[in-house]
Design a protein around this ligand. Structure first.
Ligand code: BES
Ligand code: MN
Ligand code: ZN
Length: 516
């Protein structure tokens, strides 16, 4: 049996951090300003150890730096981890998120079975956020930082904890709100870890068929989820030409995975949202093959689809009054005797024809079918997430996803979800001038738009398949395909999009259809 992810149980307690018996107490420390009472008391009980570590210059309170001290008589914690928070006036929720991630990662490193997080500082933003929001963020961050992808490492007795109990220590006033927030944060954190594991698994483990089996398993575990999968025969019968074209070069045939979430309120009284995710289990480029350097990272090309799966899991746990369907087209993009080729003309699900110029522009070929299918099912709004273009990585780097769309109201809601969850997005254009680049002389469209503005022309292509349904697109190539987790202990996926998409769905307000 492969190793399971380290289980994190988040508790909330009103107790004095100095007296709390725990393997590791994490305490946030600002780089400036007077020390709060907790730091002064700890320093005193540790005979000036905090003062000494600072005097040596080993710890200055810079963001995400740490110093490890050891407890003794007169203090409950066996270890005390100072975590830098930087300058007080610059601190945001994201500063604390990073600090908690760092602390949780350290807890795994020292093989702690219990850890405690002291919420003791007067953050400048504290008046702006509620206690439950702070606790939710702390729980999410604890699960994120303690995540390790080690299911293929030998399961020897290295003392790696199977479970860590993380206790949030409050000053008592809002313990109830903290509890509620911690529960929500745990649901989101578990969904994110679940998705990270599937994203990290290589293509010889996760084929389109295996991903479909994973989605079915998820639906079995939640009574408010159901899952149907279209195989290559059904895709052929229904005319999913784009998905079939991309998948036809692989020994592992494509699938269309559809996961439905049913809210408690009956249909007709709640808004409906479709989440579409690109799940290329491996992107070799196909006949337009990619250079070998870095090709291994193309196992992450399924990250949009898996983010949708992770979001569906979180949505099933949080139970918002929104009808949600997750639509995940999945294929492996391989060169082979059966591959689609440059020059081919593909008739897509919508009926529109596409001239293939580059088989490596495969994501849009899958997504155009899935988006057209979502609009045919009659959903009020469609949001897709895809590791779509290298151009988006060039434009925005590794920490911010691109957002484009046909409807400002929808994009605004995604931006609001982004600032609430710390998963950064930045708007790029996808209007008429970019669509011009995608027009073909021999078919309705072609699948590449030239070198410049590649993220924008790709989005303009997708826009054509949404019709009048409000649609938005997240290009997560930078945050999804790049090995971003190493900073917090586990190389590989950071599971981008689960928190963002879930928050978007939970806060969703119906948007008006713009007349075109
Ligand atoms: N999955 C890639 C996009 C990608 C590239 C993600 C690098 C992360 C890092 C996508 O399928 C692709 O190959 N896009 C091409 C499109 C081009 C051929 C028009 C690209 O961006 O180079
Ligand atoms: Mn590609
Ligand atoms: Zn791709």
């Amino acid at each position: 049996m492969a190793r399971e992810v380290i289980r994190i149980v988040v508790e909330v307690k009103t107790s004095d951090p100095v007296q709390t018996a725990t393997d590791l107490l994490a305490v946030g420390v600002f780089a400036d300003g007077p020390d709060p009472e907790l730091i002064r008391t700890l320093d005193e009980r540790l005979s000036g150890a905090i003062g000494r570590v600072r005097k040596l210059g080993d710890f200055t309170g810079k963001p995400a730096t740490t110093a490890l001290l050891y407890g003794g008589a007169g203090v409950g914690p066996r270890r005390i981890l100072l975590v830098g928070l930087g300058e007080k006036k610059k601190a945001t929720m994201e500063t604390v998120r990073t600090a908690v991630m760092t602390a949780a990662s350290k807890a795994v490193e020292v093989k702690a079975k219990t850890a405690a997080i002291a919420i003791h500082q007067d953050f400048p933003f504290e008046r702006l956020v509620r206690a439950d929001q702070i606790a939710q963020m702390v729980a999410e961050a604890a699960l994120f930082g303690a995540y390790r992808w080690d299911e293929y490492l030998p399961q020897d007795d290295d003392g790696r904890p199977e479970k860590i109990t993380v206790t949030i220590l409050t000053q008592g006033l809002a313990a109830h709100s903290y509890r509620r927030g911690a529960d929500i944060g745990t649901i989101l954190g578990e969904a994110q870890s679940y998705a990270r594991t599937i994203m990290n698994r290589p293509a010889n483990q996760v084929s389109p068929e295996a991903l479909a089996a994973e989605a079915k398993k998820l639906a079995r575990q939640h009574s408010n989820l159901s899952c149907t999968v279209l195989d290559e025969k059904q895709l052929t019968a229904k005319g999913f030409g784009g998905i079939l074209a991309v998948g036809q070069g692989s020994a592992h045939p494509p699938r269309l995975i559809v996961v439905r979430y049913r809210p408690r309120k009956s249909a007709g009284t709640v808004p409906t949202v479709a989440l579409v995710g690109k799940a290329i289990t491996f992107d070799s480029g196909g006949i337009s093959i990619k250079p070998s350097e870095g090709m291994q990272d193309m196992k992450f090309d399924k990250s949009g689809g898996v983010a949708v799966l992770g979001a569906m899991r979180a949505i099933a746990g949080l139970r918002p009054d929104v009808h949600v369907v997750g639509i995940i087209p999945s294929a492996e993009n391989m060169p082979g005797g059966g591959s689609y080729r440059p020059g081919d003309i593909v008739t897509t699900f919508s009926g529109k024809t596409v001239e293939i110029q580059n088989t490596d522009a495969e994501g849009r070929m899958l997504l155009c079918d899935a988006i057209a299918y979502a609009t045919k099912l009659g959903f009020d709004a469609v949001v897709d997430a895809a590791t779509l273009t290298g151009a988006c990585v060039v434009a925005l780097g590794e920490w911010t996803a691109g957002v484009m769309g046909s409807h400002d109201g929808l994009i605004e809601q995604l931006k609001a979800a982004s600032s609430a969850t710390g998963e950064k997005i930045w708007e790029l254009p996808c209007g008429e001038e970019y669509l011009e680049l995608m027009k073909s002389k021999i078919a309705d469209l072609k699948n590449t738009g030239g070198r410049w503005g590649g993220a924008c022309s790709a989005a303009a292509f997708l826009r054509e398949f949404a019709g009048t349904t409000p649609w938005a697109h997240l290009d997560i190539a930078g945050v999804g395909c790049v090995d971003g987790g190493k900073k917090f202990g586990s190389p590989g996926s950071i599971g981008f999009g689960i928190r963002l998409l879930t928050r978007f769905v939970c806060d969703y307000q119906p948007v008006k259809v713009e007349k075109s």
